[in-house]
Design a protein around this ligand. Sequence first.
Ligand SMILES: *Cc1c(COP(=O)(O)O)cnc(C)c1O
Length: 351
Amino acid sequence: MKITLTANKKVKPDFSKLGFGKYFTDHMLVMDYKDGAWQEPEIIPYGPFQMDPSTCVLHYGQGIFEGLKAYKDANGKITMFRPYDNFKRMNRSATRLCMPELDVDKVVEALKELVLVDQDWIPTEPGTALYIRPTMIAYDAMLGVHPAHNYKFFIILSPVGSYYASGMKPTKIMVEDKYVRAPLGGTGEAKCMGNYATSLLAGDIANKKGYEQVLWLDAQEKKYIEEVGAMNMFFVFDGVVKTPELVGSILPGITRDSVIKLLKYYGKPVEETRVSLDEIQENIEKGTFNEAFGSGTAAVISPVGTLNIHGEDVIINGGEMGEITSFLYDRLTGIQYGRYEDPFGWIVRVN
Ligand SMILES: *Cc1c(COP(=O)(O)O)cnc(C)c1O
């Protein structure tokens, strides 16, 4: 692979105050699709693209992305969490958006090279990681609505902080009654840019009311739980963990899949099923609504302390993180950071 190193390395930020997605490393990977084929990937200095103002993605949103993390331990061993699954999902998103598929093995190998080139940027403080953002955009410069013939794939890297700077703080979430995220047959299960654009208004309204995120309901009946912003949802009712089944409008999270596999591995009851607002209400009334949490790459496991349903706040587990939630957080981050054995083959070594 062609690698062009930068002559101007950036000054690194304070790794104890990273936040999320604010800093980018010195290099990036780019690969163009033209004449019906992916060209060779290249590593080049991080920097802006020159784009024609008519470039398709800017007008019609034909673009998809992924998110995963790399970790470095005290001995300098670098690993990634389930990267093959991310690029397999990217290929499913690509198919839905009429975009070309990637060679998964080749892209993972190229990504390893990129991570090695910028390995000094991988933070090692507890809870920090190198966030990896692969993206694919339609690159034709013309305004007719059509699947593009040219695409640009790129990967950028961002050192990110612990999501829980002040300890694990349970979030406040509002059930969204008016707007919907994705109808059946839509793009809900693809990680595409447009899904986020259309979710911003509801999120903004919820923020102004003091809630961090919205909990989306199904678009047809507004009865069933789908997911939260960039996280899948789990509920614990009377000791049984339930998560909405993947009906087609829900993003199939890799963290979600990891949580289900971990629960099964430890013999804990878990069901992929429809979860209705009625079932939540029933469990509130019976006092059996034990816990709720979200799962996603950025936060890993995020406890929900308050759920606003039709204007009423429900406090879950006294607003504290529950037992199953903290067990899962410990197990999953333990595997990711190498504190625990990985019986699942999720950890991929980079060096
Ligand atoms: C990426 C994403 C998730 C979480 O997926 P992970 O693979 O666990 O990071 C959940 N919901 C949406 C809408 C997403 O875009």
